[in-house]
Design a protein around this ligand. Sequence first.
Ligand code: NOJ
Length: 564
Amino acid sequence: MDPAQANPRTARDDWWRTAAVYQVYVRSFADSDGDGIGDLQGIRSRLPYLRDLGVDALWLTPFYRSPMVDGGYDVADYREVDPMFGDLTDFDEMITDAHGLGLRIIVDIVPNHTSDVHPWFVAALAAAPGSAERDRYMFRDGRGEHGEEPPNDWESIFGGPAWTRLPDGQWYLHLFDPAQPDLNWRHPEVRAEFEQILRFWLDRGVDGFRIDVAHGMIKADGLPDIGWTSATTGRRQIELLGKGRLPYFDQDEVHDIYRAWRPILDSYPGGRMAVAEAWAETPQRLARYIGPDELHQAFNFDFLDATWSADSFHKVIDTALAEAAIVGAPTTWVLSNHDKQRHVTRYGDGEVGLRRARAAALLMFALPGSTYLYQGEELGLPEVLDLPDHLRQDPAFGRTGHSRDGCRVPLPWSGEDPPYGFGPAGSVESWLPAPAGWAPLTAQAQDGDPDSTLELYRRALAIRAEHPALRDAPAGDGTGLTWLEAGPGVLAFRRGDDGGTDTDGGAAGGADGGAHALICVVNLSGAPVPVDGYGVPLITSAPLDGPPRGRLLPVDAAAWFRPA
Ligand code: NOJ
């Protein structure tokens, strides 16, 4: 099928600017063969569900050959599918079907570190200190009289020292788990290898890459101490993130890598893109990753980290828009991912958390730029807080007591009991057990129920796809949002008055009055707020109170209006 017919939004080369991207945590999305583990054919079987949800693209977390110490972010072979997920033929079939439905595919690339069973690291361990094999990684001698102290004071993001000592006395660097040794990105072979890996997946038709730890590949010369450690301060080093430059993050030289990657992406037809998982000290430094000679996007995690208050959201939205203005391109918005507690639970859990999560979805979908959804948020899934410890698999759990497993529980598709149709009838229990009580949350139970979160997402994404105020990339500096005065605790803004790039050729705002504009109102105050002045409601996250006149937007709710 002509891709433009399947989905005109993703037929454009700059599809990523306004895309709704759905993150698939492959292991937990859908299981086709009944082994309790999600896989590529499982994704393939659910593509129509994703098309009907109204998303434009999927981001697949790593499905490469891996011992799965860190959920596949420990890659042993960057060109092979792990047998638990299928094989390359499954991948080809999945991407062909996705493209046929107008869905783009973004894959994860993990360049900061490999698995410790990657052939390069196995060779490095077998070789002597100072060998060419060790030079592809970050091996150093230790400090102290006998080299018994780590080479510097860096800490692993998963807790504990970032260095592990080998029996021959040398140490190697791992910013994450010891099973994830950091590569030496000053080594030309490392650079050449990843450029080939990009081409391998681009040749298979992928539309983009999500770059893991995109800010981490280059370490400061001399690997200097930080002088601020858990031992000296009682607080983990990673808490410095965003407060100052860490010598292992956001070094200027990292940009050389992306300046080499961009021509590779641009040499392929059809709008191939890259989105960075990057953390930097300031919005200005984050903005340096984006532009015509580097990457297309970077995640904006401040939105995810905002607390449930109008001030907090207002501030992070303004910061993100300022950032967008610096780079002249719309930003990204995300509420949940596979590393963070699900936002239903962050916002208070239970009924309150769900009300707020529904309102947050309408807020996010109305903002200028692209939006990243995490699988299961369209079902209103909460975090699973009571997983038994022995089932938790996050490598950080043992060292920090914090685990990310609760947001990685397999999706409930149908039926009354776990694993809720995650696999075919007769499947074994899913790799993390789904809790009792999720029957009302299955996709099947919510399908067609106008009050369900699934139907709210479908309606909102459909309006977002069609409405000229939301559909088109904002023109100019990429912001395209006007705040309205709405009283304490209430967020209200108008979209579509910026003369955005209206692909119909019609007026994007102004001349037609409100026909091309949209107003979003979110009530984070403690009391219902009158909303009659905003126009005709298009969608609400909770029913408006009161008669047709004198209508009130309830607490923790959001609505979109067509201005009069
Ligand atoms: C970020 C990924 O999102 C996370 O899941 C992973 O543990 C680390 N990078 C290390 O690769």
